[in-house]
Design a protein around this ligand. Structure first.
Ligand code: ATP
Length: 235
């Protein structure tokens, strides 16, 4: 059974139809990417799933219909979004941001173990643990945003453009870590404009154009597809 099953998802802003009735699924343990140009509707899809914008259609998560649930209730069911722009608390320290990520939990031992795990994944964050998050570099803030989401032990991690605005070396580092997180068994839905990177790291992919899914398949197959190569891989 799929962890996430989406049927006929629509998102509109007034008269603008950003997402026009899309179907996709994410199985437990998969790393799935949604690629497409700027404005294709990728971020709106994630916001719709998380209840940050009002979606229409059917979203089944962990066997339950999420219809009309508020964002906090969706988060409590194990969905976590790392938004574009990261959304960290700039006036709190790195360690305080990570504490905030575990706010729905009270299993002290588990939280301690997960803190060790995220510091292992992102050693840079240990060095910076007492620093105010707002003073970190963009790449470090992205690391912190992912680490904070992991502190909630999500069943599904939604990542919106983690490479956005970062230097190539940092992008590579973030993607290596995303691969490690997936290898640990965390289910991930990744949104990326950088199709090359996303197709390298993911199992399957969906291509979005003007609010619709126009292609889908195994990422290694799509990376060879002439249409995808021409539109998204710079051929
Ligand atoms: P990006 O990579 O730029 O985030 P995207 O594929 O994630 O692109 P969305 O951000 O989902 O695309 O935007 C899809 C469409 O919805 C675009 O036409 C955009 O202008 C519009 N849109 C997005 N957010 C809003 C909003 N808050 N109000 C009105 N229109 C919006």
């Amino acid at each position: 059974m799929s962890l996430l099953k989406v049927s006929g998802l629509k998102v509109a802003y007034g008269g603008i139809q950003a997402v026009r009735g899309i179907d996709f699924h994410v199985d437990e343990g998969e790393l799935i990417c949604l690629i497409g140009a700027n404005g294709a509707g990728k971020s709106s899809t994630l916001k719709g799933l998380m209840g940050l914008v009002k979606p229409h259609g059917d979203v089944q998560f962990a066997g339950e219909r999420l219809h009309k649930l508020p964002t906090h209730a969706i988060a409590a069911r194990g969905m976590a979004l790392v938004p574009e722009g990261r959304g960290i608390f700039g006036r709190l320290t790195v360690a305080e941001n990570l504490d905030m990520g575990a706010y729905l939990r009270n299993d002290r031992e588990g939280i301690r173990a997960d803190l060790a795990r995220v510091y292992h994944l992102f050693p840079r964050l240990i060095e910076r643990c007492k620093q105010l998050a707002g003073t970190l570099s963009g790449g470090e803030q992205q690391m912190l945003a992912i680490a904070r989401a992991l502190m909630g032990r999500p069943r599904l991690l939604l990542l919106d453009e983690p490479s956005m605005g970062l230097a190539p070396l940092m992008v590579q580092k973030i993607y290596e870590t995303i691969g490690m997180i997936a290898a640990e068994g965390v289910t991930i839905l990744l949104v990326e404009q950088n199709a090359n990177l996303a197709l390298q790291v993911s199992h399957r992919a969906y291509v979005m154009e003007s609010g619709e899914i126009t292609l889908s398949g195994a990422s290694d197959e799509l990376a060879k597809d002439s249409q995808v190569r021409a539109a998204y891989l710079g051929d």
